[in-house]
Design a protein around this ligand. Structure first.
Ligand code: GDP
Ligand code: IMO
Ligand code: MG
Length: 421
């Protein structure tokens, strides 16, 4: 039985994953995050209120649904506890419905300091990390030094922590990094005590049992395909596999359990942080789209870089993920434009190509096709019939180019602003 559907981003993150997981979650029993950590910022807006989730899966606001933080996630207990308390303050029960895999790794304060020190050393070549300690925490995981959630219940946890912390201090000396806040260690251990009261589980057993019982699971991706550690625009990427395959390793479920893959993308592109971005708009129009789309980071507040939709990149992402349904986000942001450009090919080393080359930063020039804008407010549309013809044409154009159907269009940030096709 294929009981696990996956929803993930096809661009450089911030496609609107949180909103869609919240919308789809009533059809599922379990929502599970499988990679990334508090570098993610998933925004949900309903009943006039806005919530930004960093570690907790986006099903938490729906009654009954179980939310699991999988083994592939890196958890900063300070961030997680703050998040739980903020949601509880809204009168929503969290602890009953939140499960945490014992195999998930912990982000220590010194991972954050190392992140900052490493970025500072890179100077103008910096990745533009969110500085949440993601890279250093995954480095300790793959280097087989990491601390896992399951370790916090063991008698030697403090000793293990000290060992790794001392190593980090040595590394920080190498970086000449002096901004060390010892007080954060005490706060971190307080959060660890809080974590001990939560439901720490063997996530892989829990999910595979749930599958046997016929329960439906939705795996919620973080970041986006073009930030994937293997297939993204390396080295300007995050440190985890953000693609569908990451859901298998990040949850402990076999590939043949994966069902639908929802691939989510914006009607244009954004990127926050450094790295190549062939269709970037460094002009007034880019500024305009950024302002209409409120393109400022949910985690860091940084302005997001903005550009046209890139079909070679989208096709690449669809292929890597085995996307079965597309979800088009933020169509409303382009409503004012007379003409909408879509990149269909690249000029690359005297050739015209329709795929993503190895190095996007070197001599890639986008080739565009211009489509007619719809120039109508679509934010109140509820059905396909209400959508302007030019928008439906734009969608057909994308579908024909990438070979997958669009099943939902998002026409505004609110939970209610969604059109099912
Ligand atoms: P995520 O990281 O993929 O969950 O996305 P973010 O929450 O970081 O960024 C998406 C932003 O776009 C948030 O501010 C959302 O409230 C907003 N948003 C989502 N869907 C739409 C939409 O269809 N139209 C508009 N205008 N905003 C949207
Ligand atoms: P969600 O889940 C957008 C970007 C950072 C930086 C690079 C590496 O909200 O879509 P890291 O902190 O992982 O070392 O940063 O990846 N990045 C994101 N960009 N959305 C995200 O998450 C991101 N998480 C990381 O800006 O360029
Ligand atoms: Mg985000």
């Amino acid at each position: 039985m294929q009981n696990i559907d996956v929803l993930l981003g096809l661009q450089w993150g911030d496609e609107g994953k949180g909103k869609l997981v919240d919308i789809l979650s009533p059809s599922y029993d379990v929502i599970a995050r499988f990679q990334g950590g508090p570098n993610a910022g998933h925004t949900l807006i309903f009943n006039g209120k806005k919530y930004v989730l960093h570690t907790i899966p986006s099903g938490i606001f729906r009654d009954v649904i179980v939310n699991l933080i999988g083994n592939g996630v890196v958890i900063d207990p300070l961030v997680l506890v703050k998040e739980i308390k903020a949601i509880e303050a809204e009168g929503i029960e969290v602890k009953n419905r939140l499960l945490i895999s014992k195999r998930a790794h912990l982000i220590m304060p010194s991972h954050r300091w190392l992140d900052a020190a490493s970025e500072a050393l890179k100077g103008k070549n910096k990745i533009g990390s969110t500085l949440k300690g993601i890279g250093p925490a995954y480095m300790d995981k793959t280097g087989r030094n990491g601390l896992r959630v399951g370790d916090i219940e063991n008698a030697d946890f403090q000793e293990k922590f000290n060992q790794l912390y001392q190593k980090h201090l040595q590394l920080l000396k190498f970086y000449n990094w002096s901004e060390i806040q010892e007080s954060e260690i005490k706060d971190w251990f307080e959060s660890i005590e809080y974590l001990k009261q939560l439901q720490l589980v063997d996530g892989e057993h829990y999910l595979n049992d749930a599958i046997k019982k016929g329960k439906k699971i939705l795996a919620e991706g973080a970041q986006g395909t073009l930030l994937d550690i293997d297939f993204g625009t390396y080295p300007f990427v995050t440190s985890s596999n953000t693609i569908t395959a990451g859901a298998c390793t990040g949850l402990g479920v076999a590939p043949n359990k994966i069902g639908n893959v929802f691939g989510i993308f914006k009607a244009y592109c954004t990127r926050v942080g450094s790295g190549p971005f062939p269709t970037e708009l460094n002009d007034e129009l880019g500024e305009k789209i950024r302002n209409i789309g409120k393109e400022f980071g949910s985690t860091t507040g940084r302005p997001r870089r903005v550009g046209w939709l890139d079909l070679p990149a989208l096709s690449y992402a669809i292929q890597l993920n085995g996307v079965s349904e597309l979800i088009l986000m933020k169509a409303d942001v382009l409503s004012e434009l007379e003409t909408i450009r879509v990149c269909t090919h690249y000029h690359y080393k005297n050739h015209v190509i329709d795929y993503l080359p190895y190095d996007l930063s070197d001599g890639v020039t986008p080739i565009y096709q211009d489509l007619k804008g719809w120039q109508k407010d679509i934010s109140h549309c509820k059905t396909k019939r209400q959508l302007p013809k030019a928008l439906l044409k734009y969608i057909e154009f994308i579908e024909e180019n990438v070979g997958v159907k669009v099943s939902y269009i998002s026409v505004g940030p609110d939970r209610e602003q969604i059109v099912k096709l």
